[in-house]
Design a protein around this ligand. Structure first.
Ligand code: 3PG
Length: 405
């Protein structure tokens, strides 16, 4: 856990008299370069941590990341930093996040459109999934070689902790692509909006975590809405439905493993996703060859080319490039924002994809089917509102207890 303090020359208002806590806090604080050297905390005989200015917790976010968990500021008394500067930097941050979100959703919509176009003409989801990962890996290898992007410093331990993340990412990616090869893009994303329900169920039954009743209640509209959308889906297909469900399960596991794998690592969101792509590509390729194989791919390729024409190649390239780009931007966003903001952003993304794919592919939608989708999406919003603040508080409490013990 990291603390960031600001001070002024006014009142003393934070006293920590617990000596165990004090010692750990000293070592924690003194190891951070952000801590003001003016505070004399090096003396182990001193029993009080005193700062000469009112402190308040101004933000609690980015749990388990290198940025501050608590940021204790004293705006009221701090005359050294003009408020205008802070307002400007806050506005700049908001603008940056807004640009990330808009880019993420736009890239995701484009990916989904081209992915479906390719799958309609060339129904080999194992190969198209592999091509997406291969394209992203190649783009990043070139970026590292030409120094467009900084090459990540990794060790064996990094790749070892990345492995379960990559397995889950591979399964989630293939399962979603198989789903989209069998059903409408909108249906896959309606079922994928049920991911929070999987998150809670996996945490409850596999990890033994408990949640407040409001979290369980928020799952009712998610599960109910998805169920209503599924039973009223005109082109329901069991493989398509199960693909989206497996993808949900795999991505929940990926997020759990990711959290552990990212802990204390200095690899950026962009490079973390690049490494994930490389490892997933290595895992997926032999399975794609075994399940579909070059003979089927070659015959299907000729057929698709003859039916669509040379632009089919552009579709394949576009779905591969946009897959990597949207994932890269989403991991870059995750570097900048809290889980709550990310979760709301992901739901908004699904709305954009559902609406745009229904328009572009003229997907038939019954009112009751649309109602199911709307209930599921609303449930996801409710879930993010009640669960993420609770999880942040829980993680913060856990971090505090680690300091106190
Ligand atoms: C994939 O192919 O990996 C899925 O389309 C991912 O979907 P998501 O990023 O919207 O969960």
């Amino acid at each position: 856990m990291s603390f960031s303090f600001k001070q002024s020359g006014l009142a003393t208002c934070m006293n920590v008299t617990n000596s165990g806590f004090h010692k750990r806090l000293i070592s924690t604080i003194c190891s951070r370069s952000s801590f003001s050297p003016c505070l004399n905390l090096q003396n182990p005989e001193r029993r009080n941590l005193s700062v000469s200015k009112p402190l308040h917790i101004s933000s609690i976010e980015k749990i388990n990341e290198k940025k501050p968990v608590f940021e204790c500021k004293a705006y009221e008394a701090d005359k050294s930093q003009p408020i205008e500067v802070e307002v400007k930097s806050e506005a700049a941050k908001r603008l940056k996040i807004g640009i990330y979100f808009a880019t993420w959703w736009a890239l995701n919509v484009v990916f989904n459109i081209y992915n479906k176009k390719v799958l309609n003409a060339y129904p080999y989801p194992w190969l198209t999934s592999t091509l997406s990962l291969a394209c992203g890996s190649l783009m990043m290898l070139i970026s590292w070689a030409t120094r467009i992007a900084e090459t990540p410093k990794t060790d064996f331990e990094f790749w070892k902790t990345l492995f379960p993340v990559a397995v889950a990412h591979t399964i989630g990616h293939v399962a979603a692509t198989v789903s989209m090869s069998k059903v409408a893009v909108s249906f896959t994303h309606i079922i994928k909006s049920g991911e929070p329900a999987f998150s809670v169920l996996v945490s409850r039954f596999l990890l033994g975590e408990t949640f407040p009743p409001s979290v369980y209640l928020s799952l009712v509209p998610i599960i109910g809405g998805c169920a209503l959308a599924a039973v009223t889906e005109l082109n329901f297909n069991m493989t398509g439905f199960m693909g989206a469900m497996i993808s949900n399960f795999a991505f929940v596991l990926r997020n759990i493993f990711s959290k552990k794998g990212m802990k204390g690592k200095s690899v950026s969101g962009m490079n973390y996703y690049a490494c994930l792509s490389l490892l997933s590509l290595l895992i997926l390729t032999p399975f794609a060859v075994a399940v579909e194989g070059p003979q089927m791919w070659a015959a299907g390729w000729q057929k698709a080319l003859s039916e669509i024409g040379p632009q089919f190649i552009w579709w394949v390239a576009a779905q591969s490039i946009f897959y990597h780009l949207y994932n890269q931007v989403s991991y870059m966003s995750l570097d900048e924002i809290s889980p709550l903001t990310f979760s709301v952003g992901n739901t908004m993304k699904r709305i954009s994809v559902i609406v745009s794919s229904i328009i572009i592919f003229h997907t038939p939608v019954q009112p009751i089917n649309a109602l199911g989708a709307a209930i599921a999406i609303l449930g996801t919003f409710l879930y993010s509102q009640v669960s993420v603040p609770y999880m942040i508080l829980r993680n913060t409490a856990s971090n505090i207890s680690q300091v106190l013990i």
